[in-house]
Design a protein around this ligand. Structure first.
Ligand code: 13P
Length: 264
């Protein structure tokens, strides 16, 4: 956990290159730069280069929504971590849409996490259970398996400082957001698992996000959930008003917490 909040907007397969640029112009005006909040935009692959030239990296960092683990070669349609190096600071890996629509398994996410780290890109590894698994009380086991599977062969040094997003599949794009109590439990499971594999120090260094139907109306409850360092926002990140409110909330909560700490 770090004091800084991390707010990531996953635009998924939305906006053209021009549309992305116009949208960032809007965000630039609306979102203030705060030292205690890191704002990351994950546009479609095509817009990464132009946005890389457009954005002020102190205001916005960029993330890829996916990458391929081989550096180069005959892999039609793929974009590698090697090619993304320098263009993005983060990459979303193992998103549930990759797992469920494109049939990615832990073996794929593991290769991608390793490739990202190899090319100086911080992975945002997504984990989360389906509705079916939740009903069967398997959340704990699913998180455990996805973390063990997604991080196998990765060293403590490499895991240090990486990001793990708890995104229950049933909460994504449904308006059915998880309760802060469930999110707190999931964050604890994630950290316990990392501590078990890599020790307490590494576990504390990992940033854990919540994602799944986050909006300006429910963001505050996750920003104050113990063990949660920020948000991974889908639909609402495409609305400049919504997204900017979340960034301001993150700053306000951090400031209040710091003031309370100083006063104590
Ligand atoms: P929504 O915020 O649209 O539910 O999407 C969440 C998500 O998948 C972010 O990666």
């Amino acid at each position: 956990m770090s004091g800084k909040k991390l707010i990531v907007g996953n635009w998924k397969m939305n906006l053209t290159v021009q549309g992305a640029s116009l949208y960032v112009h809007k965000l630039e005006k609306k979102i203030k730069t705060h030292r205690d909040v890191e704002v990351v935009l994950a546009p479609g692959m095509l817009a990464l280069q132009s946005l890389g030239l457009q954005v002020n990296r102190r205001q916005f960092k960029l993330a890829a929504q996916n990458l391929y683990w081989k550096d180069e070669g005959a892999y039609t349609g793929e974009v590698s971590a090697y090619q993304l190096n320098g263009l993005v600071e983060y990459a979303i890996i193992g998103h549930s849409e990759r797992r469920h629509i494109f049939h990615e398994h832990d073996k794929d996410t593991r290769g991608k996490v390793q490739a990202a780290i190899r090319h100086d890109i911080t992975p945002i590894l997504c984990v989360g259970e389906t509705a079916h698994e939740k009903a069967a009380h398997e959340t704990h086991a699913v998180l455990h398996d996805q973390i063990v599977g997604g991080l196998a062969n990765i060293t403590a040094d490499e895991v240090n400082g990486m990001v793990i997003a708890y995104e229950p599949v049933w909460a994504i794009g449904t308006g059915n957001n998880a309760t802060p109590v469930d999110v707190e439990k999931a964050a604890q499971t994630i950290r316990d698992q990392i501590a078990h594999l890599y020790g307490a120090k590494v576990s504390k260094s990992v940033r854990v996000l919540y994602g799944g139907s986050v909006s300006s109306h429910n963001a505050a409850s996750y920003l104050t959930t113990p063990g949660i360092d920020g948000l991974l926002v889908g639909g609402a990140s495409l609305n400049a008003e919504e997204f900017s409110v979340m960034v301001e909330l993150a700053h306000t909560f951090n400031e209040t917490k710091n003031l309370a700490r100083k006063a104590a």
